[in-house]
Design a protein around this ligand. Structure first.
Ligand SMILES: [Zn+2]
Length: 417
């Protein structure tokens, strides 16, 4: 016997497991709210009830999230553990009076001096500062500083005096995974408490972090690198900066005994391939066919936009319905007037945003092809006056260069159209 099913069936997966155990072991279950009585054989509803409970708790958790966000906007610190260097007192942050404040400053200073995160952690150990775990009084807190804690401190925006909340939220009611929200959704109250780090220093550290972790892009390749090969020995050709030409890699490395130069100027090769492509394209492109194909694509696109408009209108209706539900909550006194305003304002803004998108999508839903404009674009495109990496990638598989500059181009297409 259970008081109600929610005790047993907090999520769908679990409820199916319970159902199986009940059936396999001939156990019966009766809930006192009368929803389930397997003696009467209504185990089928298990999944359904589980789903209803999950929906319900999702709704409640959403309400809690919204109320949390609103508390955050009032400037109240809602986390359970204050940032290292701060105490929390009546939901506000205050600088501690011990060495932790100095520790935070040192971490920022060392990083700005060019030290890495791991070596800062070692330095903190060497100087004997308590770890964040120790300060927060966590059971079995580590006695050594970790690079990750140093990094978290360096990235924590609270140190400039701002209260920043809503940086993450749980993914769903049945999951403990937290998702980081995009920065423009954070709730920031400026100068809510005493800063430990100046804004300039904090910004400098953030910029440095970005740069230190971004891998430098590789040196720019030459246009035909990876496409050109020696027709005799099969080695890739190398680009020589001073001659603006490619030569056989084996010749370059091992000299005349290994191969001959197979030298090919980049300019010359570009011109050859462009004229080749132009010829292929102009012989093969039937403008009428291309136009028909384009019109087909446009029709498809506009049909998709019609669908999009329908979807947007449904979403708008859903948001409006949700606001009506919140109105009920207000009528029931479940939420306060302020909370109601807060919650529904978000939906109202979202509705406006979706309506703007609807207007745009509707425009495309009635899109038509202007034949004249299209022909002009096509002509421009077919002139092919420059060779880009993108064109090479799509059209050319490999180019072999012979001893006397004969070239063999392997295109990636059988039929150029
Ligand atoms: Zn060669």
């Amino acid at each position: 016997m259970a008081k109600e099913l929610s005790r047993l069936a907090r999520n769908g997966e679990l409820s199916y497991k319970i159902r199986r155990v009940l059936e396999e072991n001939r156990i019966h279950i009766i809930t006192l709210d009368g929803a389930i009585n397997t003696l009467e054989g209504n185990t089928d509803k298990f999944g359904l009830y589980a789903w209803l409970y999950e929906e319900e708790s999702r709704r409640i958790s959403k309400r809690i999230k919204v109320v949390f966000r609103q508390m955050a906007k009032r400037g109240e610190f809602k986390g359970s553990i204050p940032p290292y260097g701060y105490n929390v007192h009546e939901k506000r942050l205050y600088k501690r009076t011990d060495e932790t404040v100095e520790a935070v400053r040192l971490i920022f200073q060392l990083y700005l001096e060019g030290k890495g995160i791991e070596s800062i952690a070692k330095e903190m150990d060497a100087r004997g500062y308590p770890t964040p775990g120790q300060v927060s009084g966590r059971k079995n807190a580590g006695v050594y500083w970790q690079g990750t804690s140093v990094k978290l401190i360096l990235q924590n925006p609270h140190y400039v005096g701002d209260l920043v909340q809503g940086r993450s939220q749980t993914r769903s009611v049945t999951s403990k995974v937290r998702d980081t929200l995009p920065q423009d959704e954070w709730i920031v109250i400026k100068d809510a408490h005493e800063p430990i780090i100046s804004r300039e220093d904090f910004e400098a550290v953030q910029a440095l972090m970005k740069n230190r972790y971004v891998k430098r892009p590789k040196a720019k390749k030459h246009l035909f690198t990876n496409y050109l090969y020696c027709a005799d020995c099969g080695t890739a050709l190398w680009y020589l900066q001073n001659r603006k030409a490619y030569v056989c890699g084996r010749f370059k490395k091992h000299g005349q005994n290994a191969c001959t130069s197979h030298s090919m100027k980049e300019d010359h090769l570009t011109k050859l391939i462009l004229s080749d492509l132009r010829e292929l394209v102009n012989a093969g492109v039937d403008r009428a066919t291309v136009l028909t194909r384009l019109e087909l694509n446009v029709t498809k696109e506009s049909q998709e936009k019609v669908k999009r408009v329908q979807k947007l209108e449904k979403e708008i209706e859903k948001l409006k319905a949700e606001n009506r539900k919140f109105l009920k909550l207000l009528a029931d006194d479940t939420i306060s007037k302020d909370e109601y305003k807060e919650i529904t304002e978000f939906n109202r803004n979202k509705v406006e945003e979706l309506q703007r998108e609807t207007v745009k999508a509707k425009k495309f839903a009635n899109m038509q092809v202007s034949q004249k404009a299209f022909m002009q674009h096509l002509d421009k495109l077919l002139e092919l006056d420059e060779l880009y990496e993108a064109i090479l990638q799509r059209l050319i598989a490999r180019v072999d260069v012979g001893e006397n500059q004969e070239i063999t181009v392997q295109y990636r297409f059988a039929d150029p159209v």
